[in-house]
Design a protein around this ligand. Structure first.
Ligand code: ADP
Length: 210
């Protein structure tokens, strides 16, 4: 059976990373996360400046920088879960020239829920797990339930950066979502539901497109 090629889209804090992790385990493919690739290269100077300058403000990193990172990350892969990319029309066109997709899963959450989740989100600096100070508080304050690592707030989970990220999503990424919907490759899931219910639905969708 061929390996699946899936894109996961959604506004900030829709749960892209957690659902992607579930999928890569289940379908045994690679997780390619544009946000993580950019954070790993945050201080690298490019013709467009350093990724960290954009990330900290909540702005999208310029297309050529992201396109190149994703191109080399998926170059030798049979299957993948591509998380957080494409986010602009230019990125979607670039991706279409690189590979075919089985399905695009859209994790749908309202702006209000996204903002609430982002402002209370904490990330483990060791294993990358996330929790929420109110909705999903850690057993020991400041410590990751999974590995005991320190929980910190991401640089771009500040109120100003959060506002910009949500606006960037509405202005630049929603047109990409609409375009995939028109092409008939998009499956939307209500991602405000409980995590396990959403995860089941996402797995069924990906299973159904094989
Ligand atoms: P979230 O979806 O919660 O905002 P990500 O880790 O996916 O988290 O993205 C964090 C930041 O990384 C974005 O705000 C943006 O600055 C940058 N980034 C990630 N993916 C892309 C992309 N495809 N194009 C441009 N910038 C990106």
């Amino acid at each position: 059976m061929t390996a699946v090629r899936v894109v996961i889209m959604g506004p900030p804090a829709a749960g892209k990373r957690r659902h992607s992790r579930r999928l890569v385990e289940h379908f045994d493919v690679e997780h390619v996360e544009s946000g993580a690739l950019l954070r790993e290269n945050r201080d690298v100077s490019t013709a467009h400046g350093r990724p960290c300058d954009y990330i900290e403000r909540g702005e999208l990193v310029p297309d050529p920088v992201v396109n190149e990172l994703v191109r080399s990350a998926i170059a030798d892969l049979d299957g993948f879960v591509l998380d957080g990319y494409p986010r602009t029309r230019e990125q979607a066109e670039f991706l279409a020239g690189l590979t075919t997709l089985d399905v695009v899963v859209f994790l749908d959450v309202s702006t209000e829920v996204a903002v609430e989740r982002l402002l209370g989100r904490r990330v483990c600096d060791r294993c990358g797990s996330t929790c929420h100070v109110t909705f999903e508080p850690p057993t020991t304050p400041g410590r990751c339930d999974d590995c005991g690592g320190a929980l910190t707030r991401r640089d771009d989970d500040t109120p100003e950066a959060v506002r910009t990220r949500v606006t960037e999503f509405r202005e630049k990424t929603e047109p990409v979502v609409d375009s995939y919907r028109r092409q008939g490759v998009l499956e939307a899931v209500d991602a405000e539901d409980e995590f396990e219910a959403v995860a089941d639905r996402v797995r069924e969708i990906v299973d159904g497109c094989r």
